[in-house]
Design a protein around this ligand. Structure first.
Ligand code: SF4
Length: 553
């Protein structure tokens, strides 16, 4: 065995999993382990898993299969399955993959160091599962569980996270909604909100390390409520507290639950400039009958009213949503109602998922998965085409305007031109650029889901023409200087600029648009990178309003 033990951690699923992996990574470093990009060399291999769709679980089992012969050759290698699939399948994982040594549910991740020590010392299988499938937690048990989960977030070590330009912070865990198709309440347990003081302290810590954009994570983030001195602190108030954190340029949050909306959040969106004009509020269907079968708790009309209200408070707001196609019994008419909703709302970004039944959910028990795979695929393709048309139209409106862009890094085309491997490119994908996920062929990325978005596989997005994933590969010429960033409205923008701009907020004149992204030319720097402190010219007021001021030639 090498002197320093090495770990390989691969993450599947949503942003919540990416954040969990960051926290686990910090624990592993504190244990003295270092990372490796290749699981063949690793002393500890961990898969942080997603259960929201069957496909996500199948991928993990395939990875475990690939690992089997390496474990046989090096029995001292510790193989662990952590996260939602561990919680859902429990010891069933051992039956399918006997070479697994460690199982740990998403509510028990703070126990990973102890679990590893136990495997090393006793050479026995270990498990840490909350048993939340039964959700029998007593008040005390719930409090204890809460404390240990809070300890995981509080133990965060931004100094181990490398570049933290954009970071996730968890504000809430679990979910109490029990939508009929969703496994999340079973794998992540009941809904709990973190104390605002802890969240603000974490934000300050991240800002000190260079964070400019924070994305708050919760399964139903807008339902956030924490009792303080007998008074509730709600999500709008949490946003106000975070807005006061000096040095924090952008605040986003995902994912919102339509039925729990509090109008105060719109007021914050209107009045607080560092709360970004972007809302991800999944509809899941445009049919009241389907929404009822899903037990979503709202109607298509009330959902549309909510979207109208969002635009009333903030007319320029960008809307993102999720839709499930092929849910149990979905008729053609019901699917048409969904298309109608998508056309009416005009999402900037839409995540489309084909329904797949999850064991233990009400839909799996009580409804029939009676839509054929072919029909699900056809509906998926039809909706993608509709969304592609909308996405292109909305982005075209930006052509000729300027937008403020937080420069995230090299574009996919540039990374390719610079010789990054295919695996590394995929592993970075849309994931937080702050997290150095070991390059792996299938590391996942996605938006956090209210539901199936949590499945988050990028395959759906790859179907989109000229998507973020595809764009780089269609550029024929060398683009080693092409950078990428996001506007305040969460639009992806490509532009040519030197790497010193990474971490800056720049003003970009938009010159062209596709269904998925914008391209343009930097016309000024609004704010130089915090950490690199490159001596860049700063845009004047007139530049930031979009007048021609070509500073950076
Ligand atoms: S879909 Fe969202 S709101 Fe519904 S149970 Fe799943 S996580 Fe909760």
């Amino acid at each position: 065995m090498s002197e320093t033990r090495r770990y390989f951690l691969e993450t599947f699923g949503c942003q919540m999993n990416i954040l969990d992996s960051q926290l686990v990574t910090a624990q592993l470093h504190q244990l003295g382990l270092s990372s490796t990009d290749n699981f063949v060399d690793a002393d500890v291999v961990l898969f942080n898993t997603c259960s929201v769709r069957q496909h996500a679980e199948d991928k993990v089992h395939a990875r475990l299969g690939e690992l089997k012969k390496h474990k046989q050759a090096r029995p001292e290698m510790v193989v662990g399955v952590i996260g939602c699939m561990a919680e859902r399948e429990k010891e069933g994982v051992f039956a399918k993959a006997p070479h697994v040594d460690l199982l740990c549910g998403p509510g028990e991740l703070n126990q990973i160091p102890n679990l590893l020590r136990e495997v090393w010392e006793r050479n026995e299988r270990v498990t840490a599962l909350a048993g939340s499938l039964s959700r029998r937690t007593e008040t005390l048990q719930r409090a204890l569980e809460y404390d240990s989960l809070e300890a995981l977030d509080l133990a965060r070590a931004p100094s181990l996270e490398g570049n933290v330009l954009q970071s996730y912070v968890r504000v809430q865990r679990g979910c109490d909604k029990f939508c009929t198709y969703c496994v999340v309440p079973f794998t992540r347990g009941p809904e709990r909100s973190r104390p605002p003081a802890h969240i603000v302290a974490e934000a300050r810590q991240l800002v000190e390390r260079g964070c400019r954009e924070l994305t708050l994570l919760g399964q139903t983030v807008n339902s956030y409520v924490h009792q303080e001195n007998g008074e509730p602190v709600r999500f709008a108030q949490l946003l106000e507290q975070l807005h006061a954190v000096e040095g924090l340029d952008r605040i986003r949050f995902v994912t919102s639950y339509p039925a729990d909306w509090d109008e105060d959040i719109f007021r914050v969106l209107r009045d607080y400039p560092r709360v970004m004009p972007y809302l991800h509020i999944p509809a899941q269907s445009g049919s009241d009958r389907v929404l009822k079968r899903m037990k979503r708790g709202y109607t298509a009309a009330s959902y549309r009213k909510l979207m109208d209200l969002a635009r009333h408070y903030r007319p320029d707001v960008s809307l993102a949503g999720d839709v499930i196609v092929g849910f149990c019994g979905e008729t053609d008419e019901e699917f048409r109602e969904t298309i109608e909703l998508v056309r009416a709302v005009e999402y900037q970004q839409l995540y489309i998922f084909r329904y797949s039944p999850r064991p233990g959910t009400a839909a799996d028990r009580n409804l029939s998965d009676d839509i054929s795979d072919d029909l699900k695929a056809a509906r998926n393709a039809e909706l993608l085409a509709v969304q592609s048309e909308i996405g292109r139209k909305l982005r075209q409106r930006w052509v000729g305007q300027s937008a403020r862009v937080l420069v995230e890094g090299f574009s996919k085309a540039a990374r390719k031109a610079r010789g990054e491997t295919k695996g590394a490119l995929r592993s970075r994908g849309k994931a937080s650029p702050t997290f150095r996920v070991p390059p792996s062929p299938r590391a996942a990325s996605s938006s956090l889901a209210d539901s199936l978005t949590a499945a988050g596989e990028v395959e759906e997005l790859r179907d989109l023409p000229q998507s973020e994933q595809d764009r780089g590969s269609e550029v024929g010429r060398e683009r080693s200087d092409q950078l990428v960033g996001r506007t305040e409205h969460d639009l992806l923008v490509h532009f040519d600029a030197p790497p010193e701009y990474i971490g800056a907020i720049v003003e970009v004149h938009i010159e062209s648009a596709t269904a998925q992204s914008l391209s343009g030319r930097v016309i000024g720097v609004v704010s130089a990178p915090r950490l690199a402190r490159a001596s860049l010219p700063v845009a004047t007021e007139s530049a930031s309003r979009g007048s021609a001021l070509p500073i950076l030639q």
